[in-house]
Design a protein around this ligand. Structure first.
Ligand SMILES: Cc1ncc(COP(=O)(O)O)c(C=O)c1O
Length: 391
């Protein structure tokens, strides 16, 4: 049989307890999923504000699909049939970009089909092979892939270690004509935050641009829900902010916000934008509603952060090792992938779905249970998970 080396690779993964499989999930209620015939509390979704099932968002999708009712098109359609620069850019796409720029307080915004595409396309377009990138060791795969595709020298600094970043900048800044620091603002697996204030300070010391991915922070942090850059009042100091509509906003699609010339440059040079079909129109209408809703849910976001802080406190009192402070992504670290798999399946028996995160998503010795909190969880669901963890 051809391709038989693939079986070797799969066997190796299986033997190391690292094989992944999809499970078919049925959504049966708020933060409740059914897998394999069992109903479980869902602690595995990035739907922090519960917007994925919000009636107004579902309503926006429905009316976008009905004849003459869609805000954007009098002849409704799902797919756009072309990339944005050909014929895929409708009035709805233009409206969403305008709203994103308004939401984020920037001159302009550009929409990508996913957050992954936004990260890969933006970094690969902005950074040339003559430049140098300084990248946090725990950055999301899409940032890493963007760095690879740029063909710039990429120097990986130990996770949020600013002393080390400073040393590396001192030693290696001169390797590139231009230099970039690339980081998640809220880390997707560990739920901790990049020290953005210090990063901005180092960037100005070493004449370096900063690219921040706010994927998990949008909707959760900042007075207007723009993310950690807003929370830390660094909006004037960070030129390139990337986000996604797929986490707290409950939809799908990625975006970049910033000055007009950045956005025009990306429209002309970001290959994941140019050579990919524009977002389906109902998805765009849904995102327009989601931005409005997220903007009005500041109190809910604060409550979620308070609940996350209290949850961590309980974990520490149970002697678990965790990270971060008030983010809804709460890790529990274990030594080996097997330990994490065992804990995850024990929790599942107790009625909770908490995913086991293993290499290569995380470094070798840092397998973790990733608990994602949402405003959809009842206090009873959270307490019940803690009770199971106590056992
Ligand atoms: C930090 C981070 N950036 C980007 C992405 C990609 O976003 P999307 O799922 O919208 O493609 C994700 C998650 O998938 C993420 O966790």
């Amino acid at each position: 049989v051809s391709l038989d080396w693939l079986n070797d690779a799969l066997r190796q993964r299986r033997e190391a307890n690292l094989l992944r499989r999809t499970s078919v999930v049925r959504h049966v209620g708020p933060a409740l999923i059914e897998i394999g015939g069992r109903v479980l509390n869902n602690f595995a979704a990035n739907d922090y504000l519960g917007l994925a099932s919000h009636p107004e968002i579902l309503g926006a999708v429905e009316s976008a699909s009905r004849m003459n009712e869609s805000a954007s098109d009098s002849s409704p359609r799902f797919g756009t049939g072309a990339s944005p620069l050909v014929s895929g850019y409708t009035q709805a796409h233009a409206a969403l970009e305008t709203e994103l720029a308004r939401f984020e307080g920037t001159e302009a915004a550009i929409l990508f089909s996913t957050g992954y595409a936004a990260n890969v396309g933006t970094i690969a377009a902005l950074v040339s092979p003559n430049d140098v990138i300084f990248s946090d060791a725990l950055n999301h795969a899409s940032l890493i892939d963007g760095c690879r595709l740029s063909r710039a020298v990429t120097i990986v600094y130990p996770h949020i270690d600013m002393d080390e970043l400073e040393k590396l900048l001192r030693k290696n800044r001169s390797l590139g004509r231009r230099a970039f620091i690339v980081t998640d603002s809220l880390f997707s697996m560990d739920g901790d935050k990049a020290p953005l204030k210090k990063i901005v300070e180092l960037a100005s010391m070493f004449d370096t641009e900063v690219i921040v991915d706010e994927a998990h922070a949008t909707g959760i942090y900042g007075g207007r829900g723009r993310g950690l850059v807003e929370e830390l009042e660094l909006e004037d100091r960070i030129a390139v902010r990337i986000g996604t509509l797929s986490k707290a906003l409950g939809c799908l699609g990625g975006f970049v916000v910033g000055p007009s010339h950045l956005i025009e440059f990306l429209r002309n040079f970001a290959r994941t934008y140019i050579y990919s079909t524009a977002m389906p129109i109902p998805g765009v209408e849904a995102a327009l509603r989601a931005l409005d809703l997220a903007h009005s849910m500041r109190a809910e976001a604060l409550e979620l952060r308070a609940a996350a802080r209290a949850f961590r406190k309980s974990l520490v009192s149970l002697d678990y090792r965790t990270a971060g402070d008030d983010s809804p992504i709460i890790p529990i670290y274990f030594e080996t992938p097997q330990e994490v798999l065992d804990r995850s399946s024990l929790l599942r028996e107790a009625g909770h779905f908490v995913p086991a995160i293993r290499p290569p998503t995380v470094p070798r010795d840092q397998s973790l249970l990733r608990i994602s909190l949402s405003i959809l969880h009842t206090n009873t669901q959270r307490q019940s998970l803690l009770a199971s963890l106590a056992q």
